[in-house]
Design a protein around this ligand. Structure first.
Ligand SMILES: [Zn+2]
Length: 293
């Protein structure tokens, strides 16, 4: 959940579709100010901004009035929509932290030091704890922007596991050769926006394409967005579930994969570029196969 709108509209929609198919999932919430929605709005409306500059509206009205809506902090999602967040937990879905401020994390992680990372995680965990009445069990960074500082800071919070990267198998993260305690459950499948419009994939064949990527007897982790599958692509997601279930696939929260696991391999997290996504994302490095508890 990246935005206020996604949480308000998309989450209850997903909640209904999942209930219909008797599925429990993992929800990761952004709980701080929604500066993302405003950022997206700004990106979608460059023509408006250009017009403003061209017509010199700024000199008539002053920059502060024109930009108030854009630069003002957005609504604090966890304060306004706590009831929705709590309802997913009440329905036995797994609830974790996505971000305090999704946009700030995505835009500034590269320059954030350990203190700034800790503060951001702390604010998110603190608000989510107040909303849920208990600390979140897990977390997943925005846009798969993770680094060693993040891994070390996360280890100081009581997360059972984190899902901060792309990869192929559950592993124990390594930072400078040292094994941290919280396992990583990587995302194995691409997101909707990464594949749509590429290599002949359209809304017509998207579900078939996604199903073709599922691998038997292996870890299959799919990320959906409340803003996409929960709103615009809700029906398509509903039929994806039906198609997958008819092929005997089943759906579980990520935490359930951690039960009864054999000893995990160990891997570092590295930055890589992946198809369909701008910039780098965190990926599971080649995993040391020898198992260490
Ligand atoms: Zn996100």
């Amino acid at each position: 959940m990246d935005t206020f709108r996604g949480t308000k509209l998309g989450v209850p929609n997903l909640y209904r579709v999942l209930a219909k198919h008797d599925i429990k999932a993992s929800f990761f919430f952004s709980v701080g100010p929604d500066n993302m929605g405003r950022h997206l709005w700004r990106l979608l409306r460059p023509a408006f901004l250009k017009k403003m500059l061209r017509t010199r509206a700024s000199s008539l009205y002053g920059w502060d009035i024109l930009f108030k809506g854009t630069f003002w902090p957005g609504p604090v999602i966890g304060e306004k929509l706590g009831k929705i967040i709590r309802s997913t937990s009440d329905a036995d879905h797994e609830v974790g932290l996505h971000a305090w401020d999704h946009h700030a994390w995505q835009a500034h992680l590269d320059t954030m030091d350990s203190d700034a990372i800790h503060r951001s995680l702390y604010r998110g965990v603190d608000l989510l704890t107040r909303v849920l009445g208990r600390p979140p069990a897990c977390s997943a960074v925005p846009a798969w922007k993770c680094n060693d500082l993040v891994l070390v800071e996360k280890d100081k919070f009581p997360f059972d596991y984190n899902s901060d990267c792309r990869g192929t198998s559950i592993f124990q993260p390594l930072v400078e050769g040292k094994q941290l305690s919280q396992p990583q459950v990587p995302v194995t499948l691409p997101t909707y926006d990464e594949v749509i419009g590429h290599n002949g994939v359209s809304n017509r064949n998207y579900n078939d394409y996604l199903l073709s990527l599922l691998e038997h007897e292996k870890l299959n982790v799919l990320t959906i967005h409340a803003e996409v599958e929960g709103i615009a692509c809700l029906e398509m997601f509903d039929s994806f579930i039906k198609m997958a279930q008819s092929r005997e696939a089943s759906f579980s929260p990520l935490g359930s994969f951690l039960k009864d696991l054999p000893a995990l391999g160990r891997a570092a997290i590295i930055e890589e570029e992946i198809p369909g996504r701008a910039g780098w994302v965190s990926c599971q490095a080649p995993t040391e196969s020898h198992a260490i508890h």
